[in-house]
Design a binder for this molecule. Structure first.
Ligand code: UN1
Length: 494
């Protein structure tokens, strides 16, 4: 395969780089693309371009802004297979999941485009006669979007599409593991005819280009999805430099299986939630909380099904689990297995790097089940971001919910039960941004709010109508048509 040359996209121009870095296929370590190692000077130019474009873009009527995004959705559909193949090669997710990643972008385009004709404010009575009061949404300005590698199309779309419909201009800084996917995506935004400077792409390293964006005084908002550690830096820096910030960070999501659950259904959910995308989703199931009455039976079923999962090239339709994104992440997963063994968890299946035969040049990890896990262990508390699931036994529903909640994170959660009373109690009592009843922890849809509580986020929700709250400011407008001065906060009512 030929190596792709990725460029920055600034002010409607593709700019070749002075210094480049390589992106590699995690399945076989082949070079996929080279991309610019941007520095703060590149970031300055991108921000200046976004700032200039902002003044005219915000005046484009929202329904017209939304039509560009609708067009992006149509083009994404046209290029779906090509993009999916690229995602599968560069990021390593199974091809059916890669198609799903693009489809999530398409769904987001059509959903966000509809918002261009809504962007509702409210009207409300005034205290005074002949005075009109209302609220309206205003764009925020220049938005820096810092995105991870695990959903290289869907997550940039979640952020850029509502941001643009709301009248902001954006600079995308994609993860350094998936620059080719980001480049192809921005080519599609460009093809949709967005005016120069409205969307910009700056490649580079997080600690260089990413840091420069977050620290820059001419950026109004940073939307970040990634690790808790980087998120803490982003949040702190934005606090210091008075920027709006939306953070989506880790998860330690659990699926509860009660004794009355449909076990086959719960098994399908557990396999998909824990091992889909090789466990590299912030929504992945990394704890299975099992009622003692079904623990043994369910564990046997789980082990058997896990043993049949096929590791391999993600572009091969028979592959269930592709590689881990890179060497560093692979070592991190392995480190958690060392920790698990030290903590006396029992490795029921898997537990090792897989490097035989066709896997030898890639970063594969065997799907792994850890048994005898107690809630205080590090493997029960820390995000692993790999195909590893920890089994925790409980003897009641109340204990299951308490253990599910006993984490610093709060993104996704799931309960399998046939008892409707327990289902409603779970909906009410689980401390998480997302709860599934009789469904796995992964697979959130774009028209519902996405995000989590506790250390998962900072109170914002992307996707759904709540994305508008991330990317707009409220303005309260009073129109006095009485023709005379009407004074508020004067007590004239007694
Ligand atoms: C993520 O892993 O950061 O809910 C996003 C899901 C996907 C998005 C995951 N729609 O699993």
């Amino acid at each position: 395969m030929t190596t792709l040359t990725c460029c920055n996209y600034i002010d409607g121009q593709w700019l070749s780089a002075r210094e480049t870095i390589e992106s590699r296929n995690p399945t076989n370590n082949e070079v996929i693309a080279t991309f610019p190692r941007s520095d703060s000077a590149d970031v300055d130019v991108a921000i200046a371009s976004a700032r200039k474009a902002y003044h005219s873009w915000r005046q484009v009527p929202a329904p017209a802004r939304a039509e560009y995004i609708f067009r992006v959705g149509e083009l994404l559909l046209q290029h779906k297979e090509e993009l999916a193949q690229l995602i599968s090669r560069e990021m390593g997710k199974a091809i059916t999941e890669a198609r799903g990643d693009v489809q999530e972008g398409v769904d987001c385009a059509f959903y966000s485009a509809g918002e261009g004709r809504r962007l509702f404010g409210q009207t409300t009575p005034s205290e005074m006669p002949n005075k009109f009061a209302m609220t309206m949404r205003m764009p925020i300005g220049v938005c820096a979007l810092i995105t991870p590698w695990n959903f290289p199309v869907a997550i940039p779309c979640w952020k850029a599409m509502p941001a643009l419909v709301c009248g902001n201009t954006v600079i995308l800084k994609p993860a350094e593991d998936t620059p080719a996917c980001a480049t192809k995506l921005i080519e599609i935004f460009a093809e949709a005819g967005l005016p120069p400077g409205v969307i910009n792409l700056v490649h580079g390293l997080g600690e260089e280009a990413g840091k420069a964006l977050v620290e820059h005084s001419n950026v109004d908002l940073v939307s970040f999805t990634g690790s808790s550690q980087t998120g803490a830096f982003v949040g702190e820096t934005c606090g210091r430099t008075h920027k709006r910030v939306c953070l989506e960070m880790g998860g330690k999501n659990a699926q509860v299986v009660m004794e009355d659950a449909d076990l086959e259904l719960a098994l399908d959910g557990a396999i998909w939630g824990a091992f889909g995308t090789a466990g590299q989703r912030c929504t992945a199931t990394s704890r299975l909380i099992l009622h003692s009455d079904i623990k043994e039976k369910f564990t046997t079923m789980l082990k058997e099904r896990t043993s049949k999962l096929r590791l391999g090239s993600p572009t091969d339709p028979d592959t269930d689990i592709g590689p881990i994104i890179n060497q560093r992440q692979l070592e991190r997963v392995k480190m958690y297995l060392d920790i698990a063994r030290e903590e006396n968890a029992k490795v029921l299946i898997g537990g090792e790097i897989a490097d035989e035969g066709e896997l030898k040049n890639g970063y594969f990890f065997q799907p792994t089940i850890l048994d005898n896990v107690t809630p205080d262990m590090r493997v029960a508390r820390e995000e692993i971001f790999g195909p590893v699931v920890a089994l925790i036994e409980v003897s009641s529903f109340e204990e299951a919910i308490a253990i599910l909640n006993n984490t610093n994170y709060g993104l996704s959660s799931s309960v399998y039960t046939r008892d409707i009373n327990r289902a409603f109690a779970a909906m009410r009592d689980i401390e998480a941004g997302i709860t599934y009843i009789n469904g796995p922890t992964i697979g959130a849809e774009v028209h519902l709010p996405f995000g989590g509580v506790k250390q998962t986020g900072n109170g914002h929700r992307e996707a759904g109508t709540t994305a508008l709250d991330v990317f707009t400011e409220w303005k309260s407008v009073y129109v006095d048509f009485s023709g005379s001065l009407q004074r508020a906060q004067i007590d004239n009512r007694s």
